[in-house]
Design a protein around this ligand. Structure first.
Ligand code: NDP
Length: 451
């Protein structure tokens, strides 16, 4: 569709170095082509052009002092992408690879994901090129305080509500929130992923992984399949990966891989509850490397290999794939290996883990594909539930939050399927999720006039 191609070309021309952002815009706009004829008003009001431009981008200096007394300087980001349907909402990522392109891609995707959850949340994302690896708790605390010293003036419970992402877990949220509370002198729901003692929600740590498994269960049902007895491959060993493994085990599937940025392990006997407890202690408390799993349980470790390299090179048989580490983990060759080795369903726990070429391979093979903005929306949905509990000044039980999470994942699945059907792309979850997420935001933007 010419309208879309022109917009993608303009984005490429304006920011040619922002490759991840261009990739995300291409993925979304390609699947919105069928909305153009139905909504000439969106074309006239230039909604498509406006939606690819963030409301604002904040970039700031983060100076802090390390344990040796040396001054360090990092760069901080907050991209407030779109608040048409609610306050900006999206995580903070601390990782050396963080740059404007990555934060923009994440904020853009977040806008549609948040819309899909049915909760009133706009899209934003932020972070820093700070590397928490190898830093002491005191250094992480000083960094978080320095980061919040600038961020606090841009956020608020009705303005922008950040959460965690890669490198930002419970410890970092505690330091960030503690400092915000100190300087603003306000105890409010300005961050999500908080500890239970100070406004957090039960099930929030589990929500992205659990939600991703719930979403895959819904997809499998459409083909009269279930998770029980299936072999699953999971990448990453962080928050999303851990709770994906936990829920897959509960559904009777067997998980045979995990990874971190140093390498991957394969455990053909399955990562059961006891082994998962070891991983959680290793990664969340001791902050060690996944290699230790291989040493403890005497299973193969593949240094400097991703899970997808291992599937490809070792011909690892599998039924289900849950990429849960980072963006662009799976390229076309990896996707071909997945299909050749028996994969019937790819569920994206991470954000944009599949390249555009990999997605084409899934689509041509006709396997089930749950795109990130639908499949991993359980995390932000539960953040939305945390915001509701903070506003009402009450706390729901574990069962209550889990029930709401499961219902939300079911309704996201249904919304994606229905939109795909209504716009002539039956069974295409990628198009369906993009269209369903887009229409709500676009209608709100249209209602506001040119602002
Ligand atoms: P964590 O920091 O808890 O874990 C990330 C895991 O992925 C770690 O095992 C890490 O290895 C590995 N990893 C990170 N970057 C790379 C890389 N460049 N190459 C190889 N491995 C890498 O993050 P989360 O689990 O929270 O996030 C994982 C993904 O899920 C991200 O894409 C995130 O955006 C997405 N997501 C997270 C949500 C959440 O609620 N947490 C919500 C929705 C999406 P190492 O241990 O070596 O650092």
């Amino acid at each position: 569709m010419r309208v879309m191609q022109e917009i993608i070309a303009k984005v490429e021309e304006k920011d040619p170095q922002q490759t991840e952002f261009i990739q995300a815009v291409t993925e979304v706009l390609d699947s919105l082509d069928s909305t153009v004829d139905r909504h000439p008003e969106f074309v006239k009001a230039k909604i498509y052009e406006r939606i690819v431009e963030p409301d604002r981008t904040i970039i700031f200096r983060v100076p802090w002092v390390d344990d040796t007394g040396e001054v360090r300087v990092n760069r901080g980001f907050r991209v407030q992408f779109n608040n048409a349907i609610g306050p900006y909402k999206g995580g903070l990522r601390f990782h050396p690879s963080v740059n404007l392109s990555i934060v923009k891609f994440l904020g853009f995707e977040q806008t549609f994901k948040n819309s899909l959850t049915t909760l009133p949340m706009g899209g934003g994302k932020g972070g820093s090129d700070f590397n928490p690896r190898g830093k002491s708790d005191a250094e992480v605390m000083r960094f978080c305080q320095a980061f919040m010293r600038e961020l606090y003036r841009h956020i608020g419970p009705d303005v922008d509500v950040p959460a965690g992402d890669i490198g930002v877990g419970g410890r970092e949220i505690g330091y960030l929130y503690g400092y915000y509370k100190k300087i603003v002198n306000e105890h409010s729901g300005v961050l999500t992923g908080k500890g239970l003692e100070y406004g957090g929600s039960l099930i929030r740590p589990e929500a992205t992984g659990y939600g991703s498994v719930y979403f895959s269960a819904e997809m499998l049902t459409t083909r009269d399949e279930s998770l029980e007895g299936k072999t699953a491959v999971v990448s990453g060993a962080g928050n999303v990966a851990q709770y994906t493994v936990e829920k897959l085990n509960r559904f009777g599937a067997k998980v045979v891989t995990l990874s971190d940025s140093s390498g991957s392990i394969v455990d053909e006997a399955g990562i059961d509850a006891e082994k998962l407890a070891f991983v959680m202690e290793l990664k969340n408390v001791r902050r060690g490397r996944i290699k230790e799993y291989a040493e403890k349980y005497n299973v193969p470790y593949y240094a400097a290999k991703s899970v997808w390299d291992v599937v490809r090179e070792q011909n690892l048989p599998l039924d289900l794939a849950y990429p849960s580490a980072t963006e662009n983990e799976i390229d076309a060759a990896d996707a071909q290996a997945l299909v050749a080795n028996g994969c019937i369903c790819v569920t994206e726990g991470a954000n944009m883990p599949s390249t555009l070429e990999a997605i084409r391979v899934y689509q041509e093979a006709g396997i089930l594909f749950g795109p990130a903005k639908a499949a991993n929306a359980g995390g932000v949905a539960t953040s939305g539930l945390e915001m509701s509990q903070n506003s009402m000044r009450l706390a729901w039980s574990r069962q209550e939050v889990d029930r709401r999470l499961r219902d939300i994942m079911k309704s996201i699945h249904r919304a994606a399927l229905d939109a795909a059907e209504a716009y002539g792309k039956p069974g295409d979850y990628l198009a369906g999720a993009n269209i369903a997420g887009f229409i709500k935001v676009a209608k709100a933007m249209y209602a506001y006039g040119i602002v």
